[in-house]
Design a protein around this ligand. Sequence first.
Ligand SMILES: Nc1ncnc2c1ncn2[C@@H]1O[C@H](COP(=O)(O)OP(=O)(O)OP(=O)(O)O)[C@@H](O)[C@H]1O
Ligand SMILES: [Mg+2]
Length: 617
Amino acid sequence: MYLETKELFLSFTDTHLSPSLHVLELQDVCFTIQKDGAPHHLVDRASLKIPRGHFMAIVGPSGCGKTTLLKTIAGLNAESAGSLWWNGRNLSEEGDLEPWEIGYVPQFSIAYDQLTVDESVETATKLRVKTKNVEDLDHRIDHVLEKTGLATLADRPVNVLSGGQMRRLGLAMELVSDPHLLLCDEVTSGLDPRSERDIVHLLHDLSRKEGRIVLSVTHSLAHLELYDSILVLHEGKVTYHGPPEGLAHYFSVENTELVYPKLAKQGAEKWRLAWLKHNEAYYQKMVQNRDRMVNEGKIELPSLERSQPVENNEEVEPQSDEVEVKAAPIQSPGFFSQFYTLLSRRWRIFFRDRGQVILQLAILLCFPLLVTLFSEKANANMRKFSEATSDRIEAKIKESAAVRQDQLKVGSAVSGMIMFQVVLLSLMGSNNAAREIAGERLILEKEKFGGVRPLAYLASKVTFLTILVLIQSLWMAYFVDFFWPFPEGDGGLARHATFLIMVNAAMTAICLGISSLMRTAEQASLLSVYLVGFQLPLSGAVLALPGHIETFTRPFISAYWAWSGSVKSLSGEHFSAVKTVIETTLSSANICLFVLGIHILVGLLASWIGISRHQWD
Ligand SMILES: Nc1ncnc2c1ncn2[C@@H]1O[C@H](COP(=O)(O)OP(=O)(O)OP(=O)(O)O)[C@@H](O)[C@H]1O
Ligand SMILES: [Mg+2]
């Protein structure tokens, strides 16, 4: 008589076999979306129980829900029904695994091209693990490089690695925290047969040494014999979960390659129900296999230890007398440590990206030069203007027509010179930030999943960009001043420079917000360019808008507030000259500073929201 499934599950993980604390269990887990107004199960009532030191393949035709199941196990997709358990802990009720306990190797690359293998693993370690000292850090890095066969490639840049080496690097970056659960999504796809075999062997070994559970999604039905169990999914339903040698037999096919065509021959629900009827015998076989391997020492289970909450370091009661409870060896690094690691990586990537450095230098040099091209004419007009205004009153009256004309010329020159700088700095701001987050979104998501605090990430971006903003704005203000001395007024040049910094910062912050909220870097760039494009026409510096439209648009136009604030810093006669050429009203310098400050805060808030929200797909 068949044993009940539940009993078999229990015996599979029973302590007399091998006390299996780090056990993953799924009970009728569903992941459901709404499609055409009706619920659609991408994962449908999946039940599994996996002991420590287990290596499982998740296979099935394309689109059957393998990645979705893996993400549900990882906690990236919240299950719609059913429950997930880890070590007897209900994950949805008692909180997810600690970031260091779980490694997730996605299909996309999680390393930066500009870094070397060693630097990538070092950064991953610093972001995920609180190391005791430099020796501890070096030891971890060397150990992981050794384990993944990357030691000889440590100094090689990521962008020259082969497909197989990239997959190894992805694994290495996850192994830095010695995760108990390692989830791999298609880490062998697109590889040549030898690299594929090497990676499967590596995953197999990783599951053998430290009691680690390794779940690997794969399209390939090669090397199945290396797995402890194979899970076959079809339209989100479990149609088989048993030992590799039982696969062909269960589907009554000559070889495993014929499993997929066979699956297509009947509906997924029929397969699911059939599996529910037959699973006991296959589970029993799996239990026997495992028993044998543990007895033969082929699966090494380390001395048992339980993870403890790292934050509050509460004592956790042992589950049984047999279990020796140790303090968690791994702790997540603190905020400042993550901030510093992210910031130094950003600078390193910046300086290694020759294209970006050249672009920044070109902009830094050319934009102020562009402004100075107009300075000669502006200076000439201003000279004439000051000579005229220094004449006696009677003479001025006589020459009033000429003075008026000079005033118009000076007004447009001064207003134009200020607005030109403001617009160019807005453009620099957009160029600084538009791709900053959107261009590395998947890596950010991966790193957040690995325990990186969104605030540490935002702080690193803000610090990096603030330095760019200060260099660009101060250089613009003082370089242009050399050729076109700013007509000193109340506060003069320093005040003008402050407004240039503020407008650049406002545009940088807003574009950073856009970058964090958009799905792709292209969308973020396009929107940022439009935003800059609208600054000049809507500023009112060139043409006045109808009053009711201006009231609505003005609060959003950073360029207006920077221009208006700078114009207010002019000397009396230059200020009057500007007033003769503009039709729009000017606001006081303090109000301008305040509004630009609000723009910066809104940009930062948007960035914070965008960075914090979940955006995997
Ligand atoms: N969040 C989602 N919203 C809507 N549909 C989704 C979502 N996630 C996945 N899907 C759909 O669910 C199905 C299963 O997707 P999944 O990526 O899990 O398949 P897969 O088995 O990993 O396929 P492949 O082998 O091609 O990677 C696909 O049809 C996919 O378009
Ligand atoms: Mg997939």
